[in-house]
Ligand binder design. Structure first.
Ligand code: AMP
Length: 598
């Protein structure tokens, strides 16, 4: 790791990396590292080839009455921690390097910086002006591909995203989840100010957020009621908040109900420390987002207990660093299982060709066969996003045919989106289907429909040239407008190299841990089929063995006449049986001799 103190040195270090096309990740911090900072650094390390951490206690974001003078600093410890995390460059400039004499420019983001912490009665908009000014400078100094921020400072993260959007700064902002101590306290450099009694009281903040989450989970939507539940926990801890407010999680506008992602933000002084914390609350009802093209939820599906997953839910999960869970499903019961397990995406995979239809590969399955499976899944699904897999031969020939067949998935089977395999001509097909109004998920790496040309079912992209071609496919599908991309059976290092260039959610299968989510085949997860499983499969149950045991026990019972027992039969009143015997005798002219009882 190199520690650099000047902008010139930083640029000199990064220029050759950029020329080599290596991705650069920046983690801006004010030092006094804790696991929250380290989580950002680790995320950057897993996604970018060059990791730069800036350590700068920015005077411009502190008000005159704030703790600039006493802000915790431990540069030696931070340096050792950064080194241990594999950071490449620690950029720790002195104040006059960032703000030389005569410096007189401020970058301000309007609107959302004047509420919560930005309210003039609190830290004020000047605080965020200080943040957005230094962040703009850091972006210009390091020119990162990705910059990492914590959801802990939710308002700051939103302000930075707005800054980047409004000023067209070419950097992706990755917001990472809040890291907490096991008892719930959000990690903060300012926790160092708390004595043990204050630390105990400070738990009131996370408890208040939890109480609000539970209130929403129990079906309450009204903002006042949710706030009251949180306030009660603060009261118990003797905490008087500076604010405790519910606001839209996307733009901090005021809300009076929890409909869609809603930020509950709290700030309070505990002893000498001014602490902030937040949670994104979600209503449990079926989402009212207009993304749905199909008649969701399935007509037979019982009412859902959580919001339906939409394309924007997936994008948001990526932004918040919350992993996306996807499984395949092929029929009503597997859909019900996916629903109850609260997965995010259900894919009616062409793997159904093998898992449920018994073909030797995915190639023979027809569109009509998959549509039957997809329609059954639709009937069992309420909340996961439903993606239909376009089978081999249903999209390759022309854009028109691809659009027509994608429309069948949406209109006949109620799918929300379709998936197709490969780069190359599939990129053009994806673009055409998207232009026709149907969301498309791409799929690169091992693409089973063309496994023969890839040399069989084996991992792809293991030489630099092949890896580059996988990366090109992924980026081309992203540029074509795919809402998400599946990476299958490629080396983890290749995934890491591509991730910093991806702006849409990536779901991996045998592609390592750096993706935004993971997908596995239902029958592989549960151990339902008996064939060979790929290296990336992890089995979570042995359902096939249980099924064999169950059916064999039934066979034994039938053969030993243990089944059915009296409790499995239906009864009939004795006088009705008597009359039945008489009627049978009358009609057949033969006396009844049997001994059956109905
Ligand atoms: P700071 O050094 O306090 O300016 O924080 C540097 C970065 O770390 C900011 O993006 C913070 O949001 C992030 N951060 C601080 N605390 C946490 C935490 N507990 N969990 C996740 N990220 C955090």
């Amino acid at each position: 790791m190199r520690t650099v103190r000047s902008v010139r040195e930083l640029r000199e270090m990064l220029a050759p990396e950029r020329t080599k096309g290596r991705s650069i990740g920046l983690v801006p911090t004010m030092g006094a590292f804790h696991d929250g900072h380290l989580s950002l650094i680790r995320r950057a390390r897993s996604e970018c080839e060059v990791v730069v951490v800036s350590l700068f206690v920015n005077p411009r974001q502190f008000g005159p009455a704030e703790d600039l003078g006493s802000y915790p600093r431990d540069d030696a410890r931070d340096l050792a921690l950064a080194e241990a995390e594999g950071v490449d460059v620690l950029f720790a400039p002195p104040v006059d390097e960032v703000y030389p004499e005569g410096f007189d420019t401020t970058v301000t983001v309007g609107g959302l910086t004047s509420v919560l912490d930005g309210d003039p009665a609190r830290r004020g908009p000047g605080h965020f002006a200080g943040v957005t000014t230094v962040v703009t400078k850091l972006f210009n100094m390091a020119a990162p591909d990705v910059a990492y921020f914590g959801q802990k400072d939710a308002q700051q993260a939103l302000a930075v995203k707005k800054l980047v959007h409004d000023l067209d700064i070419p950097v992706r902002i990755q917001v990472c989840p809040i890291v907490r101590d096991p008892d719930g306290l959000a990690l903060s450099s300012r926790n160092a100010y708390l004595d043990s009694e204050e630390r105990r009281r400070a738990l009131g903040l996370s408890r208040a957020l939890q109480a609000a989450e539970e209130t929403v989970a129990s079906g309450t939507r009204d903002a006042d009621a949710v706030i009251a539940a949180a306030q009660a926990e603060l009261d118990k801890a003797g905490i008087v908040p500076e604010y405790l407010e519910l606001r839209s999680a996307s733009d901090l506008s005021e809300v009076d109900r929890v409909d869609g992602p809603t930020l509950l933000a709290v700030a309070a002084r505990v002893g000498k420390a001014r602490l902030i914390d937040n949670a994104v609350l979600r209503d449990n009802e079926t989402s009212k987002e207009p993304n749905d093209m199909s008649s969701r939820p399935g007509a037979n599906a019982p009412p859902a207990k959580r919001a339906a997953v939409t394309l924007s839910t997936l994008a948001e999960k990526r932004t918040l660093g919350e992993p996306i869970v996807m499984v395949t499903a092929y029929d009503y019961p597997s859909a019900r299982v996916a629903e109850s397990a609260e997965v995010d995406v259900a894919l009616v995979g062409d793997s159904g060709a093998m898992t449920v239809l018994g073909y030797p590969s995915t190639v023979p399955v027809t569109l009509d066969e998959l549509l039957t499976l997809a329609a059954a899944v639709r009937r069992g699904l309420s909340t996961p996003l439903l993606v239909g897999d376009m089978p081999f031969g249903s999209y390759e020939a022309s854009n028109e045919e691809a659009i027509h067949n994608a429309q069948r998935f949406v209109k006949e089977a109620g799918c929300d989106a379709v998936k197709l395999e490969r780069g190359g001509t599939s990129v053009e097909r994806a673009r055409a289907i998207i232009a026709a109004g149907i969301p498309v998920m791409g799929h690169v790496g091992l693409t089973p429909q063309t496994a023969t040309t890839l040399g069989g079912y084996r991992s792809q992209g293991r030489t630099a040239e092949r890896a580059l071609s996988v990366a090109h496919d992924a980026m081309a599908l992203q540029a074509a407008g795919c809402f998400a991309i599946v990476f299958e059976a490629i080396p983890s290092a290749l995934t890491e190299a591509i991730m910093s260039r991806m702006r849409v959610p990536v779901v991996g299968i045998g592609a390592g841990p750096a993706t935004d989510g993971q997908v596995l085949v239902f029958h592989d997860i549960l151990g339902i089929h008996d064939g060979h499983a790929a290296r990336f499969v992890k089995r979570y149950a042995g359902v096939r063995d249980e099924m064999i045991k169950g059916v064999a026990a039934f066979a034994d019972d039938v053969r030993a006449r243990r089944y059915p027992a009296p409790e499995h039969g239906y009864t009939m009143a004795p006088d009705e049986i008597e009359r039945l015997h008489e009627l049978l005798e009358e009609q057949t002219g033969e006396p009844f001799t049997g001994g059956f009882s109905l």
